[in-house]
Design a protein around this ligand. Structure first.
Ligand code: SAM
Length: 299
């Protein structure tokens, strides 16, 4: 196991460009639409709002590419992007490995519709990651900023390692910022208002464990494991931008659980806490440190 900080990002342009003809030839069956073979609805997955999530697309893409740059695979045949969202990163997987059959899997119909519209030549599958099973062993299972939405990592990570072909790679990035004010302010605001009965049951323990937890699960199942964390010191523009950031992700299910005045009241209570915790700097921009956990496991 090695711990790294800030691996050198490779500029996206250095991946080989993909010929459009190749892409279209590969998957005519589901081209241009999401394949709806979901057996269970991913909890909350349809609450995703692609527009809000993509407001910070640049900051969200960087760790995805940092992860991609650490994958040492020449010619994978089968590549799955788990929790692919709107396909922002699936696009880079397909560009890097033009010969691979690339599938994007997500629970949200709204996200997949956006992905299929932008990249009709790739294969899109609506499924709950917890119930997902590949039709054959995968050379690469990639997942950026998605697996922290799933419970029971004790079961999930060994299962995903078992879905790899020999020599295959499991590459995962998850945020690990849950002890910071961006996230603790949600619980604080939830417990201090007339919305407490609705929101308190939704409060969960931090979904991502210490790196050692994943080492214990994965090391016995793979031949090589690379684990590292990076804190990105993100400079955000706009009014109370950290609150806008979480509104595209972790805050969203809580807002959706409330209606009318209670929703507005809870959001205002959260925003006030965030404005105090993350004041703008002298240049008017707001510094938002954000820690992320990465792992690349080779079977
Ligand atoms: C933060 S977005 C990341 C999207 C994409 N990987 C990216 O980096 O742009 C998380 C995605 O995970 C999906 N997701 C969350 N829980 C899921 C589940 N149980 N099954 C399938 N998809 C899920 C959501 O629908 C959402 O599109």
């Amino acid at each position: 196991m090695t711990f790294h900080d800030n691996p050198e990002p490779r500029p996206p342009g250095s991946f080989p460009a993909r010929g459009r003809r190749d892409m279209v030839a590969r998957d005519t069956a589901v081209r241009g639409r999401a394949a709806h073979n979901m057996t269970e609805t991913a909890e909350g997955a349809d609450a995703w709002d692609p527009a809000q999530y993509l407001r910070f697309a640049g900051h969200r893409l960087r760790p995805a590419l940092d992860l991609l740059n650490r994958i040492d695979l020449e010619r994978p045949e089968t590549v799955t992007d788990l929790g692919c969202g709107a396909g922002n990163v699936t696009r880079w997987l397909a560009q890097r490995w033009p010969g691979a059959a690339v599938t994007g899997v997500d629970g949200s119909a709204a996200m997949l519709a956006k992905a299929a519209e932008a990249l009709p030549e790739l294969r899109w599958q609506q499924a709950d990651i917890a119930a997902w099973a590949p039709d054959r062993p995968q050379n690469l299972i990639y997942s950026n900023a998605a697996l922290h939405w799933l419970p029971d990592h004790e079961t999930l990570f060994p299962k995903l390692a078992g879905d790899l072909a020999p020599g295959g790679v499991l590459a995962v990035q998850m945020p690990r910022n849950f002890a910071e004010p961006s996230h603790t302010a949600m619980a604080d605001a939830a417990r201090n208002g007339p919305w407490i009965e609705t929101l308190e049951p939704m409060l969960k323990p931090a979904p991502v464990h210490e790196p050692a937890f994943y080492h214990r699960l994965l090391a016995p199942r793979v031949s090589a494991l690379d684990l590292w964390e990076t804190t990105y010191f993100q400079l955000l523009d706009g009014n109370n931008p950290v609150a806008e950031w979480t509104k595209g992700t972790w805050l969203r299910p809580m807002l959706d659980a409330l209606g009318g005045d209670r929703r507005a009241g809870f959001e205002a209570a959260y925003r006030a806490r965030i404005a105090a915790a993350y004041p703008p700097g002298p240049d008017g921009r707001t510094l938002f440190p954000f820690r992320r956990l990465f792992m690349v496991a080779k079977r």
